[in-house]
Ligand binder design. Structure first.
Ligand code: ZN
Length: 136
């Protein structure tokens, strides 16, 4: 099976088809969300006591170490690692904006985008920055 992991503590983040991430909404309410572990599937589940507004920037954290999952200091992007069935490793970056369904998967061999393209994903300079950082 595929394993998603935290870039900080390496804890596995997916169970039974769902990614489990700690979140804080813009009103400061904390909780957990279950997100489909299929790239491009944007179904998400959370307790009715939590509330998100379309367009709000969600603070995603690792449920293991509480580390921020924001990518390269950009609060609007979340980064986690993925090891697929074949043992291939890649970096998965997705939008932290609620309702913005964009995912970017980067590996040595290929790049894939899922969902709506957002401006950052179309910017070739942004893409190069990603590559440089991942090679360090
Ligand atoms: Zn962690």
């Amino acid at each position: 099976m595929s394993t998603y992991s935290c870039p900080h503590c390496n804890v596995a983040l997916n169970v039974n088809g769902y990614l489990i991430l700690s979140v804080k909404n813009s009103a400061g309410m904390c909780g957990v969300v279950l997100m489909s572990d299929k790239l491009g599937d944007y179904s998400v589940h959370y307790h009715p006591s939590l509330h998100f507004e379309k367009g709000e920037n969600i603070d995603f954290r690792c449920p293991g170490c509480r580390g921020e999952l924001s990518y390269a200091g950009d609060q609007e992007l979340v980064r986690i690692f993925l090891k697929d069935d074949n043992g291939d490793e890649s970096t998965v970056i997705f939008s932290a904006i609620f309702g913005e369904n964009s995912t970017y998967q980067i590996s040595e061999q290929r790049q894939k985008t899922y969902g709506e393209m957002i401006a950052k994903f179309k910017d070739p300079d942004w893409y190069l920055k990603v590559r440089e950082e991942d090679e360090v």
